[in-house]
Design a protein around this ligand. Structure first.
Ligand SMILES: [Zn+2]
Length: 200
């Protein structure tokens, strides 16, 4: 069904581009916005604009931040000799929520995936090597997702770091296979972190 209003139709199309939002939900959201007060709707638009204008990437860890380096990278109380490598900023939230890790992060912003043409240059692998090269890192924990792209990525990074004087470990398979870190429950993730093993 098309709407007689071009602007409503535009809004529906924009919502329908969002992950997990089908056309029906997109229509519901558009009508909801038409119904609410102007201030409220504009508040949402402003919030979207603000994150796009103010949120940048931490040049150290690759996480989203408004200040560079980010709060975690600047936190003097966190150990600097352990780096937990994850795929996405959402994974940092998951690991933090699990309470099973105190240390630094490295966000790859992706995982190797030949089918989708994601290669080594498309993830922040070089940046990780640079951090290890700088020294002071005792352990790198590979906490990429326990699915094929995540496993391939962990393998690749372990090889890349082989020549450095650093212990490379992989989180245990407590996280359901094929599941994303961000969806695994906190206790499972904490156990997976606890049960990490050196990569052979
Ligand atoms: Zn950072």
């Amino acid at each position: 069904m098309q709407f007689s209003s071009r602007s409503v139709e535009n809004l529906v199309e924009e919502f329908a581009k969002l992950p997990g939002i089908g056309r029906k939900s997109a229509q519901r959201l558009a009508f909801y916005l038409l119904k609410i007060q102007r201030d409220e709707a504009v508040g949402l638009a402003d919030a979207i604009r603000a994150v796009k204008e103010q949120v940048i990437t931490c040049t150290v860890c690759g996480n989203f931040t408004e200040d560079d380096p980010c709060l975690i990278c600047r936190d003097e109380r966190r150990p600097r000799d352990v780096i937990c490598v994850v795929e996405q900023p959402m994974d940092v939230l998951a690991v933090e929520a699990s309470g099973g890790f105190r240390g630094q992060y490295h966000v790859l912003r992706g995982a190797l995936n030949p089918l989708e043409r994601v290669g080594p240059d498309d993830i922040r692998a070089k940046e990780l090597v640079e951090r290890v090269k700088e020294g002071g890192v005792r352990e790198v924990i590979l906490a990429t997702n326990p699915n094929p792209p995540g496993e391939v990525t962990a393998h690749f990074l372990a090889e890349l770091l082989e020549s450095f004087d650093v212990q490379v470990t992989r989180i245990a398979r407590g996280v359901p296979v094929g599941g994303d870190l961000e969806y695994s429950d906190q206790a499972t993730l904490a156990r997976a972190m606890e049960g990490r093993k050196p990569v052979e």
